[in-house]
Write a protein that binds this ligand. Structure first.
Ligand code: FDA
Length: 395
C-alpha cells in the first residue's frame, strides 16, 4: 500500500496547480486522472491559445449560490500572481479584449508550465487511472482504490471538474464523492453554451449562419452583456450569448439590442431628411449586415417601404424590434459544447479559506466541481488557480 501526504483527483487546471504548490511545499503528492493526457481542457481552451486569466477578475464575475464564497481565494491568489508565474516561464501573452489574456503561441505552454511546476515539487502523476472506491479509514485517512492498486492519504483533494465536454474526460465523480461523504450538491446545468431555437424561427435564421453582430443581450433578471452574437445553424452563439446563457432558465426570453450604439429613431429621421426615397432595407443595411436585414424582412419584422412611406407607428415598432428583439430559446446545446457547469458542490459545506469540507476533515474540493462559475474570458481558469492555491496552503 502506497502512502501520500495528499492525493489529488483530476489533472486539470486546478488539480495540477494545487499539486505543484503542495509538492513544492515539501508534501508527497499523487495526482490521478482518468485521461491519457494532463490538462486536456487547457489544451482546447481559448481556441488553442488558453485564455488563462482576466485582468479584471473580481468576485462580481462569478455565479454561485453564495456570491461571497469566492472572495477570499480570489483575493489571496490573484490574476497578477498568475501573470507573474507565466512571466517567469517567459510565455508571451496578449490581451485580446475586455481584459482577456491569451498565450501568443499555444495553450500547450500553460500545460508545460504546470507540469514543470509539478516536477519541481516531485509530484507523482498517474494518467489513465480510474478511482474505483474511496473509503474513510478512521478519522485521519482516506483509502483510495485505483485500477492500479491502493493508496492511503490524510488529504484528498477533488479537482475532477464539471460535466461539460464528456469527450474530454468530464464525469460526475466529484459530485458523487461529495454525496458519499454527506455534502450537499446543488443542481447542475450547462453554461457558457450556445442557444438552440424553435424550428420555425430557426428555419428563417439558418440562412444567417456565420453572421456575427455586436449586440447588447439582456436576461429576464436584467443582467446584460455587450459583445458579439453569432447566428449558427442550430441557433445563437457568440460571446454575448454564451455569457447570458449562464443567467438563462428554460422558458425565459432574452432581449437582443441589435443596434446597441445607435438610436434608431434619430438615425432614420436623419436619413429620411436626406434620402426620403431610399428603401428602409438599404438604410438599415448601413448599420446591420445586409443578410440580417433581408432575413428580418422575410420574417415580417422589417416592412418593405421607403423612408418617406414609413409612418411614426411603424417606426416605433421597428425601433422596438431592433433595439429589443425578444428571443425565446428552445434550449441550449447542453454539456456537449458547454464551456462550464453551473452548480455543483455546495459552498455552504466548504471553508472559503481552505476549500476543506466542514464535515469531513481532510477532504477538499477545488475548481469547477465547486458551485462557483465564472464569466467567459479567463475567469474560470482564475478560479481554478485561486481555489487550488488556497487549498494547497492548507494541506
Ligand atoms: P478540469 O475539467 O480542467 O479537470 C478535471 C480533470 O479531472 C480532467 O482532466 C478529467 O479528466 C479528470 N477527471 C474527471 N473525472 C475523473 C475521475 N472519475 N477519475 C479521474 N479523473 C477524473 N476557461 C477559461 O478561463 N478560459 C478559457 O479560455 C476557457 N476555454 C474553454 C474551452 C473549452 C472547450 C472548455 C470545455 C472549457 C473552457 N474553459 C475556459 C473552462 C475551463 O476549462 C474550466 O473551467 C477549467 O478547466 C476547470 O478546471 P478544473 O481543474 O476544475 O477541471
Amino acid at each position: 500500500m502506497e502512502r501520500f501526504d495528499a492525493v489529488i483527483i483530476g489533472a486539470g487546471a486546478a488539480g495540477l496547480f494545487c499539486a505543484a504548490q503542495a509538492g513544492q511545499a515539501g508534501l508527497r503528492v499523487l495526482v490521478v486522472d482518468n485521461g491519457k493526457k494532463a490538462g486536456r481542457k487547457i489544451l482546447m481552451s481559448g481556441g488553442g491559445r488558453c485564455n488563462f486569466t482576466n485582468l479584471y477578475t473580481e468576485p462580481a464575475a462569478y455565479l454561485s449560490q453564495n456570491p461571497h464564497f469566492c472572495k477570499s481565494a480570489l483575493a489571496r491568489y490573484t490574476q497578477w500572481d498568475f501573470i507573474d508565474l507565466v512571466g517567469r516561464y517567459q510565455i508571451a501573452w496578449h490581451e485580446k479584449t475586455l481584459g482577456q489574456l491569451f498565450c501568443d503561441d499555444s495553450a500547450e505552454q500553460i500545460v508545460d508550465m504546470l507540469l514543470q511546476e509539478c516536477a519541481k515539487g516531485q509530484v507523482t502523476l498517474r494518467l489513465r487511472s480510474e478511482v474505483l472506491e474511496v473509503a474513510r479509514e478512521g478519522e485521519e485517512a482516506f483509502l483510495i482504490r485505483l485500477n492500479g492498486g491502493e493508496v492511503r492519504t490524510p488529504a484528498l483533494v477533488v479537482a475532477s471538474g464539471g460535466l461539460s465536454m464528456p469527450g474530454l474526460g468530464a464525469t460526475p465523480f466529484g459530485y458523487q464523492l461529495a454525496q458519499q461523504f454527506g455534502l450537499n450538491v446543488l443542481p447542475t446545468r450547462a453554461a457558457l453554451v450556445p442557444f438552440t431555437l424553435h424550428k420555425p424561427v430557426l428555419e428563417h435564421l439558418q440562412a444567417l449562419s456565420g453572421v456575427s453582430v455586436p449586440a447588447l443581450v439582456t436576461a429576464e433578471s436584467g443582467v446584460a452583456f455587450r459583445e458579439n452574437i453569432l447566428f449558427t445553424h442550430r441557433g445563437l452563439s457568440g460571446p454575448a450569448i454564451l455569457q447570458i446563457s449562464s443567467y438563462w432558465q428554460p422558458g425565459e426570453l432574452v432581449s437582443v439590442n441589435l443596434l446597441p450604439d445607435d438610436d434608431l429613431n434619430a438615425f432614420l429621421d436623419g436619413e429620411r431628411a436626406e434620402h426620403p426615397n431610399q428603401s428602409l432595407k438599404n438604410t438599415l443595411a448601413k448599420r446591420l449586415p445586409r443578410r440580417l436585414v433581408e432575413c428580418l424582412q422575410t420574417l415580417g419584422q422589417i416592412p418593405e417601404l421607403t423612408l418617406k412611406q414609413l409612418d411614426a407607428r411603424q417606426q416605433t415598432q421597428l425601433a422596438d424590434t431592433l433595439h429589443n428583439w425578444r428571443v425565446q430559446p428552445n434550449g441550449t446545446e447542453g454539456y456537449r459544447t458547454a464551456e462550464v457547469t453551473i452548480g455543483g458542490v455546495d459552498t455552504a459545506g466548504l471553508s472559503s479559506k481552505t476549500m476543506e469540507a466542514h464535515k469531513v476533515p481532510g477532504l477538499y474540493f477545488i475548481g469547477e466541481v465547486v458551485d462557483v462559475t465564472g464569466w467567459l474570458g479567463g475567469y474560470n481558469f482564475q478560479w481554478a488557480w485561486s481555489s487550488a492555491w488556497a487549498c494547497a496552503q492548507a494541506l
